[in-house]
Design a protein around this ligand. Structure first.
Ligand code: DX5
Ligand code: ZN
Length: 224
């Protein structure tokens, strides 16, 4: 069965001290850290790429005895997802989430991601119907239902995306289902009720007085 996983989005952190910010949320019991890679083409914003992720990996190094620790969840908002698989794997990515809208051959891309030693995930933008994921779901480690238009943190949660989450959860009881955008105290219940178990939270966690308390609160709502 799937379990609750809380993934603070580093996009809402202080980029001048990324390592310290990552440590802060991992000490607050974050399961994963969510890294938003934007290329200024697939989305109208530019953030970070493999060199920054490689630096961050040095700050939170992998422990061979505990490979699930310090998990880097890379959300690739890029036009050519095939191009960045190897560089992201080399930089220390654990999971590679491509956008369905950005590729012509999702199955080939999933294979490439797995051949590079990462988990494979696929995201859909708000305007993309969830059934595009059905033919590829059995090959995925996670599906991401965007709850904002990708590109910026701090946007309003789109509750009308919840039927997509619900449809996925009914079909795939064992699949990690992630929601991303606008998650916090006012919206977690709707997302959890629809069946999401992987919760991305940028603003709500990084701007909270206590990241640990916010993470704990989000986790307490996810009951699967
Ligand atoms: C938006 C990004 C999100 C964003 C979430 O394109 O994919 O991960 O950082 O930020 P909040 O939680 O502030 O909406
Ligand atoms: Zn994201």
């Amino acid at each position: 069965m799937v379990k609750a996983l809380i993934a603070p989005s580093i996009l809402a952190s202080d980029f001048s001290k990324l390592g310290a910010e990552a440590h802060r949320v991992f000490e607050g019991k974050a399961d994963w850290i969510h890294l938003d890679v934007m290329d200024g083409h697939f989305v109208p914003n530019i953030t970070m790429g493999p060199p920054i992720i490689a630096c961050l990996r040095k700050s939170v190094p992998k422990d061979p005895k505990n490979p699930g620790k310090y998990f880097f969840d890379c959300h690739m908002m890029v036009s050519k997802p095939e191009q960045w698989v190897e560089p992201i794997a080399k930089a220390g990515g654990d999971q590679y989430t491509f956008h369905f809208e950005a590729t012509d051959d999702p199955l080939k891309l999933i294979k490439l991601i797995k051949d590079n030693g990462m988990q494979a995930a696929c995201a859909v933008k708000p305007g993309t119907p969830v059934d595009v994921l059905f033919p590829i779901a059995e090959y995925l480690d996670m599906a991401l239902v965007m709850t904002v238009e990708p590109g910026f943190g701090g946007q309003k949660f789109m509750a009308d995306m919840m039927p997509k989450v619900d449809a996925l959860r009914r079909k795939y009881p064992h699949l990690n289902i992630q929601v991303d955008g606008g998650l916090g105290p006012a919206t977690i219940e709707a997302a959890a009720k629809a069946g999401a178990n992987v919760i991305v939270a940028g603003t709500s966690v990084f701007k909270a007085d206590s990241a640990e308390q916010m993470i704990e609160m989000l986790r307490s709502h996810v009951t699967l």
